[in-house]
Design a protein around this ligand. Structure first.
Ligand SMILES: [Zn+2]
Length: 651
C-alpha cells in the first residue's frame, strides 16, 4: 500500500478541497515551509491539521526539523537528548538552555512542529479576570495565558508546548467551545504572567527580594522589643545574602560568629561553601543578626544566650522566575556571639513530581505502583537529609484527587500544599503529637494519610489501625536501609512481624551528586576504589567523572539524584523474621525475593553515567559487606562481570 501524503489525507477526509491543496502546493514550490503551515495560513483550522498529523504520524520530529535546516548538528542533537534524560524538559527547551538554538529559532521550530502561530504578547491587552475561565491557579501553574474568551472559542498563549500538554489543555475546556493555541516567547510570557498577577508585593518587577512577615508563628504576639539596632546597610547585606542563596539554590545559610565579626556559608548539594562578603560585613554582623530576628517577629532581640527559633517568609520576584520562600531560623550562642542558621523552604518544591526526583526506572515503576494501592503502609527510610520528605510530597502529588480526602501530619509543615491536602502540624508543647493527630484523623473519614515520621510505638500502632480500617498511609522511618527497619521497629517496641504484614513496601533512599553532563569524561579510576566496590576490575565498564566546567562551577557535579532500594516483603520472608537475628541475613534472604539494593542501584547509576564511583563509595551503606554478599550469593562465582550481567538482565 502506498504511503499517503498529508495533502491526500486532508482531501479524503474533506478537511480541504482539491483546489485548496493545489494552491497550497503551488505556494510550497516557492517557499521552503511545511504544507500544514501553509494550509493554516490559508485559514484551515490548525486543530484539524494537527489531528491528522498525529493520527497518521506525519509530524516532523523537532530534531529532524533542526538538522534539516542545518541549525544543529547530529552530535549536538545527541548531546541534547542525553541531557534531556536528566532534565525531563522538552527537547527544544533543552536546546535553548544549552545555547544551541536562539530564542527566535526556538519559536520558529516549535511553531513548525506543532503548527502553532507565534503571538507577540506585548501587543495584547492582558487581564487577570480572563484567567478565571480556566482557573488562575491552573493558568499560573501551567504557565499559560488566556488571551481571549469569545462565545466560540478560547485563545491561549503558551511557550512550552508538547502534544501531551496540548491534549491535556483541550480536556479542560469548559463546554463545547473550541480552543486555539498560540506560541509566545518564554521570557515575554513570564513577564506577562508577572504583570497579570502583580500585586503590591510584586510591584517592583526588577530583581528584588521583598521580605513579607511570616505566616507561621502567629500564635506568639508581635515582638515587643522596639529597640532598633538594625541599620539600612545590614538589611541590604542580608537581602544580598538571601538573594545569592536563592539564586544558587542553597538549602541552608549559615551565619557564624567569629572573633572580629562573622562569616557566611551556603549549603549547596550537601556541602558548605564560603560566601565572600563585602568588607563592611564584619562591622554590620550584629545588626544583621538583629535584622533576622526582627523579621521572624517571634525571636527576642535581647535574648542572646538561650537558643531560639522562628521563621519568616520572603517573596523573591524577578522577571524570569517568581517564588515564595520560607526561611526557618534557628539561633545559638557560640563562643564569639550569636550564630544563625536559615533553612530555605522553596514553596515550589511542594509541586515536585516523582519522575523528576531521579529514581531508576525499575524502582520508579514499582514504587508508583505501590502508592496507587488503596490500603496499606508505605515507608520511606533514610537518614536526615536524604530527601525522605520530598519523596513523600512527590508521592502525594501523584495521588492528588478531589475525590479523595488526604490528610497529613507534619513536623513542621515545610511546604504549603494546594487545597487538596489538609495539613496539620505537630505542636508538642501543647500536647499535640503524631499519635494524637493520627487518632483524630481516623475519625475524619480519610482515604490517604501522610505521617511525617513514625518515631514511637503509639504512632506505629495507630498507623496499623489506620491500615486495618482501609486506608493508605505513607510515612518515614529513620533507618540506614530498608531491612534495618526491623531493628528500628524493635527499638520502638513495635512487633516487626505485625507491622510489616501491613506494609506494602519500604523505600530506602540517599542523595548522590549528579555528574555534570557538560564536562563528563571517561577515565580509569584507581584500583583501590574499584576493588572496594567491585572486588576486581570489571571489563568494559564506563567509569566517568566530571572534568569541571563553567556550567558546574568547576565541580564536575550538577544537582543531585536519588540512590534507592525497594523492599516489598513476601509472606515467606515475614515468617522468617523472628528466627533471623542478624540484619544481614534478612538482606541475604530478601535479595532473591526481589529486594533491589542501594549497591545494585549504584551500578545502574554508574552505567547510566549519572554519578561517579567516588560518590557511590561515599554513599552506599556497608559497601564491602554488600559486595561480598553478592559474591557469596553467586555461589563463589566472584567475577564482577556476572554481577553486571545480572544487573543488565533485570533492568
Ligand atoms: Zn561541568
Amino acid at each position: 500500500m502506498a504511503v499517503k501524503n498529508l495533502g491526500q489525507i486532508l482531501v479524503e477526509r474533506g478537511t480541504i478541497t482539491r483546489e485548496q491543496l493545489v494552491t497550497a502546493l503551488e505556494v510550497q514550490k516557492h517557499n521552503k515551509i511545511y504544507l500544514g503551515q501553509i494550509l493554516i495560513e490559508m485559514g484551515i483550522s490548525s486543530n484539524e491539521i494537527n489531528d491528522v498529523l498525529d493520527l497518521y504520524h506525519k509530524r516532523q520530529p523537532i530534531g529532524q526539523i533542526l538538522i534539516d535546516s542545518n541549525i544543529i548538528t547530529f552530535s549536538q542533537l545527541k548531546e541534547a537528548l542525553e541531557w534531556q534524560r536528566t532534565t525531563n524538559k522538552p527537547l527544544a527547551a533543552t536546546l535553548l538552555d544549552m545555547g544551541y538554538i536562539t530564542k527566535q529559532c526556538y519559536l520558529e521550530t516549535l511553531s513548525k512542529h506543532f503548527n502553532l502561530p507565534i503571538i507577540s504578547l506585548k501587543e495584547h491587552t492582558l487581564s487577570m479576570s480572563l484567567q478565571k475561565v480556566l482557573g488562575q491557579r491552573f493558568t499560573l501553574r501551567h504557565k499559560i495565558i488566556v488571551m481571549e474568551n469569545t462565545p466560540k472559542e478560547i485563545k491561549i498563549a503558551l511557550s512550552e508546548p508538547s502534544r501531551l500538554f496540548l491534549d491535556e489543555l483541550q480536556s479542560y475546556k469548559p463546554g463545547p467551545k473550541g480552543m486555539e493555541f498560540y506560541l509566545a516567547d518564554p521570557g515575554e510570557l513570564e513577564d506577562a504572567l508577572n504583570y497579570i498577577y502583580a500585586d503590591d508585593v510584586y510591584a517592583d518587577n526588577g530583581k528584588k527580594l521583598v521580605i513579607a512577615p511570616s505566616s507561621f508563628d502567629k500564635i506568639r504576639p508581635k515582638s515587643v522589643y522596639t529597640e532598633d539596632i538594625q541599620t539600612q546597610r545590614a538589611s541590604q547585606l542580608l537581602d544580598n545574602i538571601l538573594d545569592r542563596a536563592i539564586e544558587a539554590n542553597a538549602s541552608d545559610v549559615h551565619i557564624e560568629a567569629r572573633e572580629f565579626g562573622g562569616l557566611v556559608k551556603l549549603r549547596l548539594d550537601g556541602d558548605l561553601h564560603l560566601l565572600k562578603m563585602p568588607d563592611d560585613f564584619n562591622k554590620e554582623y550584629k545588626s544583621i543578626i538583629s535584622r533576622i530576628k526582627v523579621l521572624t517577629e517571634s525571636m527576642k532581640l535581647d535574648e542572646k544566650v538561650m537558643p531560639q527559633d522562628g521563621s519568616f517568609r520572603a517573596r523573591y520576584g524577578f522577571t524570569e522566575h517568581k517564588k515564595t520562600i520560607d526561611f526557618r531560623v534557628s539561633s545559638i550562642n557560640s563562643y564569639y556571639g550569636e550564630s544563625i542558621t536559615l533553612r530555605l523552604l522553596d514553596q515550589e518544591k511542594a509541586n515536585v513530581t516523582l519522575p523528576e526526583l531521579g529514581f531508576s526506572e525499575e524502582i520508579y515503576k514499582k514504587f508508583s505502583a505501590l502508592i496507587r494501592k488503596t490500603e496499606g503502609l508505605i515507608l520511606v527510610t533514610g537518614p536526615t537529609g536524604s530527601g525522605k520528605t520530598t519523596t513523600l510530597y512527590a508521592s502525594l502529588n501523584a495521588l492528588l484527587d478531589p475525590r479523595k480526602k488526604i490528610l497529613s501530619i507534619e513536623d513542621p509543615i515545610e511546604y504549603i500544599y494546594n487545597d487538596m491536602v489538609m495539613q496539620t502540624e505537630v505542636k508538642r508543647a501543647r500536647g499535640v503529637d503524631y499519635s494524637t493527630l493520627l487518632k483524630a484523623f481516623l475519625r475524619q473519614d480519610p482515604d490517604i494519610i501522610m505521617v511525617g515520621e513514625i518515631r514511637d510505638s503509639e504512632t506505629a500502632n495507630t498507623s496499623i489501625r489506620g491500615v486495618q480500617t482501609g486506608h493508605l498511609l505513607l510515612s518515614t522511618l529513620h533507618t540506614i536501609d530498608t531491612t534495618k527497619s526491623i531493628g528500628r521497629l524493635r527499638e520502638l517496641d513495635v512487633d516487626p512481624v505485625t507491622f510489616l504484614s501491613y506494609t506494602l513496601g519500604i523505600l530506602g533512599q540517599r542523595l548522590v551528586r549528579k555528574l555534570c553532563p557538560y564536562c563528563s569524561e571517561e577515565y580509569d579510576p584507581d584500583d583501590e576504589m574499584v576493588s572496594r566496590y567491585f572486588g576486581t576490575m570489571p571489563i568494559d565498564f564506563p567509569f566517568v567523572r566530571g572534568r569541571g566546567c563553567r556550567m558546574c562551577n568547576y565541580e564536575g557535579y550538577k544537582g543531585r539524584t536519588i540512590l534507592a532500594e525497594l523492599w516489598t516483603i513476601s509472606d515467606e520472608e515475614l515468617s522468617k523474621i523472628n528466627n533471623i537475628g542478624n540484619a544481614f541475613e534478612v538482606r541475604m534472604n530478601a535479595i532473591p525475593n526481589g529486594l533491589s539494593t542501594f549497591y545494585m542501584d549504584g551500578i545502574k547509576k554508574l552505567q547510566a553515567r549519572q554519578t561517579t564511583l567516588d560518590q557511590l563509595l561515599k554513599t552506599v551503606p556497608n559497601i564491602e559487606k554488600e559486595r561480598d554478599m553478592y559474591k557469596a550469593m553467586m555461589y563463589g562465582k566472584t567475577e564482577p562481570e556476572k554481577l553486571l550481567r545480572q544487573v543488565v538482565l533485570d533492568s
